[in-house]
Design a protein around this ligand. Structure first.
Ligand code: URA
Length: 236
């Protein structure tokens, strides 16, 4: 793994801040000074010594965005518009990444940050943070589907049993889905396993942080200190 990525993931700072910190001669690997941010390291074998850790500036940014359909949750793409393209130019330079991916056609809450540790915690497979989705489907939902979700849906094509999740039916063809995992097309696949096709999907919440109802599709705002606190509290 690249040294700057490793240190950013550990929460030392954003990639840019970490790069500056490395170039300023603060990092020793196996006793030798390293000043190249792209140095490949083996975190399990290499011995890292970090000097002047307190000097690293941390101007982390945390944004919430109401993602419209037609944008991908990546930082770069040659062929598609990304969520980063929705930000003004100054923020596009801030090294932000989406914490978890929504499909091209899925709308709703995306959190963007340059805090590597925060990103890791949200997307980690062992994350216990629930994400809430609103889904509209093509056929009427049944009581039996609620049980299937509770027991853990089995996805045949993947030979994978999902973790227990929650399904709340709000009208015959509308529901809320609460999941902890974030596998590819997870909600769509879970509902498909119940015989339903998702016609519309929107993420409403990550943990206790809800999509701001005043945030128009395609816009963003900074997370409040309270929202950042609510998310970080769930990491413990
Ligand atoms: N599950 C899906 O199927 N799609 C998303 O975009 C998010 C969760």
């Amino acid at each position: 793994m690249r040294l700057d990525k490793y240190l950013a993931n550990k929460g030392l700072g954003s990639r840019k801040e970490v790069k500056k910190y490395i170039e300023e001669e603060n990092v020793y690997i196996n006793g030798l000074l390293v000043t190249k941010a792209n140095k490949e390291i083996n975190p399990e074998k290499d011995k890292l010594v970090l000097k002047n850790k307190d000097k690293i500036s941390k101007d982390y940014l945390y944004l919430m965005m109401n993602k419209p359909s037609g944008f991908i949750c990546q930082t770069k793409s040659l062929s598609k518009k990304t969520v980063i393209d929705l930000l003004p130019k100054d923020l596009q330079k801030k090294d932000l990444s989406p914490a978890g991916r929504l499909d091209l056609d899925t709308e709703g809450l995306v959190i963007l940050t340059n805090d590597g540790l925060f990103l890791q915690k949200i997307i980690s497979p062992s994350s216990t943070i629930y994400k809430k989705y609103y889904a509209r489907v093509d056929k009427a939902m049944e009581e039996a589907d609620i049980k299937k979700f509770e027991e853990g849906i089995y996805i045949k094509e993947e030979n994978y049993k999902c973790l227990a999740a929650k399904l709340e039916i709000i009208s015959p063809k509308e529901c809320y889905v609460y999941i902890r995992e974030g596998k590819y097309h997870q909600v769509k696949r879970m509902l498909k396993a119940c015989g339903k096709k998702v016609l519309y999907l929107k993420r409403l919440a990550i943990g206790k942080v809800y999509l701001d109802k005043n945030l128009k599709s395609g816009s963003y705002r900074k997370l409040s200190d309270e929202e950042i606190y609510l998310l970080k509290k769930d990491f413990d």
